[in-house]
Ligand binder design. Sequence first.
Ligand code: UD1
Ligand code: PEP
Length: 419
Amino acid sequence: MEKLMIRGGRPLRGTVQISGAKNSAVALVPAAILAESEVVLDNLPEISDVAVYSDILRELGATVTRDGDTMRIDPSELISRPMPNGKVKLLRASYYLMGAMLGRFGEAIIGLPGGCNFEPRPIDQHIKGFEALGATVTNEHGSIHIKAAQLCGAKIYLDVASVGATINIMLAASRAQGSTIIENAAKEPEIIDVATLLNAMGANVKGAGTETIRIEGVRKLHGCRHSIIPDRIQAGTYMIAAAATRGDVLIDNVIPKHMEAMTAKLEEMGVQVVEMDESIRIIGSPEYTAIDVKALVYPGFATDLQSPMTTLLTQAKGVSILTDYVYGTRFKHVPELTRMGANIRVEGRSAIIEGGKLNAAKVKAADLRAGAALVVAALTVEDGVTEITGVEYIDRGYDHLVENLTRLGAEVWRENSSE
Ligand SMILES: CC(=O)N[C@H]1[C@@H](OP(=O)(O)OP(=O)(O)OC[C@H]2O[C@@H](n3ccc(=O)[nH]c3=O)[C@H](O)[C@@H]2O)O[C@H](CO)[C@@H](O)[C@@H]1O
Ligand SMILES: C=C(OP(=O)(O)O)C(=O)O
């Protein structure tokens, strides 16, 4: 195990390149198994979730090679085989194997997903979708068994606009007979990215990015080449880090439209945000105003940025209230920030944050974005070195974190940890 060591107190300055999006990549890699020839994915992030997913595909018989940020997936020799344990337990998005295997083979046996369990994360809407498409779904000893003699298109209303359920249904429905309509679909940009890949593979998906998605099933899907959209959560984290350290950072390879909620909130606090075509410049200020933030589904403020945003709000004058309407108990970063001197209390789904300076401490990342919150916190600390364990969570989603921060002038390094 490793730990991150950060001596803070330096304003971040310079340019950071944002990699492709984790939450697209972990859907696009399994989507490739629906094709019958090679799929090439460009702008792929170098993160552990993607490495684990490529191993899973190899275990299923696909040929997967990676050269820089390009991955080639040849699924022509893929076999249908149960995946109850092992690597599927390491990441949340292994649930996409359910929709992809179901679409390709009409059956799937997949262990319940792992990843960041900051609160119970049900998959009832995924299952409801597979059943509506004609599959029989059972949970046997913690593995989901799904089987369909013939997938048939259906009208599916999602009780919650779930990103995972929307994508999983799109994957299976793209090979079903007839048309599927998903109502109350999630609208996150990653869903559009998956639809773009599927359509390039020969699928017929319309309406992705709106609350109604129509999928006309096709008999076969073929290989293609696709470039993954930039990671809006990584971009948002660097925007927050630049503001928290009172720095001046150009965040490059972003889609500013995806960052609108974050940009609006930063401006409300007093951060200067300059938008360009594919980049955003953040210019920090000595003083920030306390604000209220509500994490919602897209295009609202992203729940995945809620934890690092909590840290930024510790740098504002006065009391801020941050409420998470997506995950009401996603506050594992709060006790660790408190250990660093933050004044935060959690009430229901809200964190109430009183601004003040943070101190160096030994802290533990309990999940990916809790880790990001601690990294930002450590960067603001003026004296001493902060030690962050649980780095394996951070490595799930931040591509070249140490290199990027070092290039921006931060003092950050990895050490072996016995914890
Ligand atoms: C790999 C990936 O893309 N992960 C993202 C995805 O996770 P994930 O797809 O798991 O999140 P969902 O959009 O499904 O969850 C949204 C809400 O719906 C609820 N729900 C979800 C599914 C279900 O069957 N039943 C149900 O009740 C969840 O408890 C949660 O309250 O979207 C989340 C919300 O933007 C992000 O935090 C994650 O980073
Ligand atoms: C919660 C996250 O991811 P996952 O759904 O893969 O655990 C995240 O990216 O913040």
